[in-house]
Design a binder for this molecule. Structure first.
Ligand code: CTP
Ligand code: MG
Length: 173
C-alpha cells in the first residue's frame, strides 16, 4: 500500500514540480511576460491575467520534465516512456492556464482563490495528457484516484501556505 502510494507520487511529481516551479522561478529571474500580453476578451477582462507568464510556463515545463527524467533514470518503470514526464508537465501547465481562463471568465481577479480548481485543475490535465498519449496507467482505479486527489489537495494547500510564509506568494492559497 505504502509502496504503491510512493510510486504514484513519484509518477505525478513532474506535475507538482511544473506547478510549483513558476512561483519560485519567476521571483528569481525578476522579469515576466504575461502569456496573454495584456489582451482582453468579450467580457472586457484579461484572457488569463498577469499570474500566467511565458517565463513561468517554460520553467514549469523544464523543471517538471527534468525532475521526471531524473526519477526515470534511477527508477525505471515509474513512467511508460521518457516522454511521459514532459507530457505530465505540459498537462499540468495547460490545466493551470485553463484554470486561470475559467477564473477570469467568472470575474475572479488574479490571485483570488477558486477552491478545487486551484488545487486540482493541473492534476486533472496532467493525467489526461498522459492518458491521451500513453493510455490509462495500470495503477489507475477509482480508489487510487480519490487518494491522489486528496493527497494533491493537501500538498497544494500546504506548499502554498509555506510559499506564503517564505514571502514567495502574496496570498496563502
Ligand atoms: N506563474 C507564472 N507563470 C505561470 C504560472 C505561474 O509566472 N504559467 C507564477 C506567477 O507569479 C503566479 C504564481 O506563479 O502569481 C502563482 O501561480 P498561481 O497561483 O497559479 O497564479 P495566481 O497569481 O494565483 O493567478 P490566477 O488567479 O490566475 O490563478
Ligand atoms: Mg493562485
Amino acid at each position: 500500500m505504502l509502496e504503491k502510494l510512493a510510486q504514484i507520487l513519484l509518477f505525478i511529481l513532474p506535475a507538482y514540480c511544473a506547478n510549483g516551479a513558476p512561483v519560485v522561478g519567476v521571483r528569481l529571474i525578476g522579469r515576466s511576460t504575461p502569456l496573454d500580453r495584456g489582451a482582453r476578451v468579450w467580457d472586457g477582462r484579461r484572457i488569463l491575467g498577469d499570474g500566467k507568464t511565458l517565463e513561468g510556463l517554460l520553467m514549469g515545463v523544464a523543471m517538471g520534465t527534468i525532475a521526471g527524467l531524473i526519477i526515470h533514470s534511477f527508477i525505471p518503470g515509474i513512467y511508460r516512456s521518457s516522454l511521459e514526464p514532459f507530457m505530465l508537465s505540459v498537462g499540468a501547465m495547460a490545466g493551470d492556464i485553463f484554470g486561470s481562463f475559467v477564473k477570469r471568465r467568472l470575474g475572479l481577479e488574479r490571485g483570488r482563490p477558486a477552491p478545487g480548481l486551484d488545487q486540482l485543475g493541473f492534476l486533472a490535465f496532467a493525467l489526461l495528457f498522459s492518458i491521451f498519449t500513453f493510455g490509462p496507467p495500470r495503477w489507475l482505479d477509482a480508489l487510487t484516484l480519490i487518494l491522489l486527489v486528496a493527497v494533491t489537495a493537501i500538498l497544494h494547500i500546504g506548499t502554498n501556505y509555506l510559499a506564503y510564509l517564505l514571502k514567495l506568494k502574496a496570498e496563502p492559497y
